[in-house]
Design a protein around this ligand. Sequence first.
Ligand SMILES: NC(=O)C1=CN([C@@H]2O[C@H](COP(=O)(O)OP(=O)(O)OC[C@H]3O[C@@H](n4cnc5c(N)ncnc54)[C@H](OP(=O)(O)O)[C@@H]3O)[C@@H](O)[C@H]2O)[C@@H](O)CC1
Ligand SMILES: Nc1ncnc2c1ncn2[C@@H]1O[C@H](COP(=O)(O)OP(=O)(O)O)[C@@H](O)[C@H]1O
Ligand SMILES: [K+]
Length: 509
Amino acid sequence: MKILSAQQLAQADQATLKSQNITSDELMERVAQLVFERMHQRLNGAPVPIKIFCGIGNNGGDGLAIARHMIQHGYHVTTYITNCSKHRSDDFLKNYERIKDITKDWPILLDCKDDIPAIDNGDIVVDAIFGTGLNRPVDGWMADLFEAINATQAFTVAVDMPSGLLADTAQPENSAIIKADHTFTFQTPKLSFFQVDTGDFVGTFEVIDIGLDPAYINQAQPIATLITREAAQNIYKPRKKFTHKGDYGHVVCVAGHESTMGAAVLCAGAAINAGAGKVTAYIPNDGDIIMQTSLPEVMTLLDDDDHALSDIRIPVKDYVMCIGPGIGQDDVTVSAFAKAIKYQSSPIVIDADGLNILANKRAFLKEVPAQSILTPHDGELERLVGKWNNSTERLEKAKELSKKYDVILVLKGAHTMTVSGDHVYINDSGNPGMATAGSGDVLAGMISSLIAQGYEPLMAAVFGVYIHGAAGDLVAQSYAHEGLKASLISNFIGAAILQLFRNPEASNS
Ligand SMILES: NC(=O)C1=CN([C@@H]2O[C@H](COP(=O)(O)OP(=O)(O)OC[C@H]3O[C@@H](n4cnc5c(N)ncnc54)[C@H](OP(=O)(O)O)[C@@H]3O)[C@@H](O)[C@H]2O)[C@@H](O)CC1
Ligand SMILES: Nc1ncnc2c1ncn2[C@@H]1O[C@H](COP(=O)(O)OP(=O)(O)O)[C@@H](O)[C@H]1O
Ligand SMILES: [K+]
């Protein structure tokens, strides 16, 4: 699913008015009707007090139109206008008149801190103050109002976006933002919904298709793409009947150190579980028994050193290298790593200590083959690109690194972002149970496995990340977040691929 910028959405809005020959007021009415229907479906006429806060732009106009529908359906609605600017939009003013025609009274105007109404924990708050038109930080009494709303337990529903949140530009520190429990967002989700410093303000969210001009949406270059189940289905490559293991590639996992052989086992195991034809683990000599007893399907190549990797020689043709899980940073290993990546000419996957070595010895970055995949968590990313002040800057720094060295970055987190030049793919599967030791090793093995099977590196990363999260989601259904561990994610890779094509209704029955 495309993620468009606030500016693109405003253009889509204009294109829609033209192509569908409707007025902006009619579009606002359509939007309000769609939000109202969803709220009505859930509330089912409940006599709960609903407090709708409306700004004076089009987001406020939406709020007023939603309020009107709710009042007409017998809901207990109080409508407030936050009188925060002299510039009232035309469609706000039309809806301001219309609601008065129904209630025979004007909505309550809020002008200062003293006007902020009491909000009870049992109320429902609808936030229609600011949407994509926010153009400066919220301050003064409006910030006090946001704080008052956030301080209550009242269930808060945001219209299009939580007010105070920017859609796709850097959010200033300590911004006043309404913390929504649920957000009805229009046409496409916004980039800030997926960023670690802003995503929590959105609560759960629902994308409402408001019927914006398909021609505009189709040609628009998205600022990011959300990888949903449907997107993952389209990337999957089914196997052909007359094939053999040679068709599914060979992964060599260069991994492990005396106290971290588990990382090598997890990485190689995930490479096998994700479908590679053959997997070899290149490990310190003492790791042989551990690997061979843990994973009978995996072959081993042993380093001369018992405890660490000291000289990585791989006498095998045509393989995909995955290097880094649990290798440590002993001096011998750093030199061996440099030599190993220098001899690679096709894309490899670099994770964990492989990334830390690259951060310490930046000259090695030039030796990384084009289109290789680097899979940093935020600690590793910071070592590679330096500190950032906000998520927008984090993403910009990652794009720069990706372009400078022609590599693909998998920025791991709650919504893992795969960055290739200016293209960003945001993952929509996974859960907090996956924040557990070794789950990154599993991901690195999976992505290498997919490259070995013929997926282009970028698609291997995007699809691998999705299936990794989906496997984690299946594990969580039986083991809860707490019981989820890395080896279980690996064991559920096949189930996650099956689940991609299972009819969700059939699987519930
Ligand atoms: N495109 C679509 O798909 C569709 C969009 N639709 C809806 O329109 C929404 C966008 O509406 P919008 O452009 O009128 O902007 P909006 O968010 O109401 O805010 C602008 C107002 O706020 C003010 N203001 C801003 N910052 C402020 C601050 N910090 N503190 C105080 N004031 C501040 C600013 O005032 P000014 O800067 O002029 O003084 C201006 O008056 C969008 O989110 C969606 O809900 C649908 O109806 C149809 C389809
Ligand atoms: N809150 C979360 N929600 C979804 N996925 C998560 C969350 N936290 C971590 N993950 C995923 O778990 C994995 C953790 O990787 P990493 O930090 O490298 O672990 P390790 O180094 O222990 O192997 C990543 O794929 C990341 O996206
Ligand atoms: K809002």
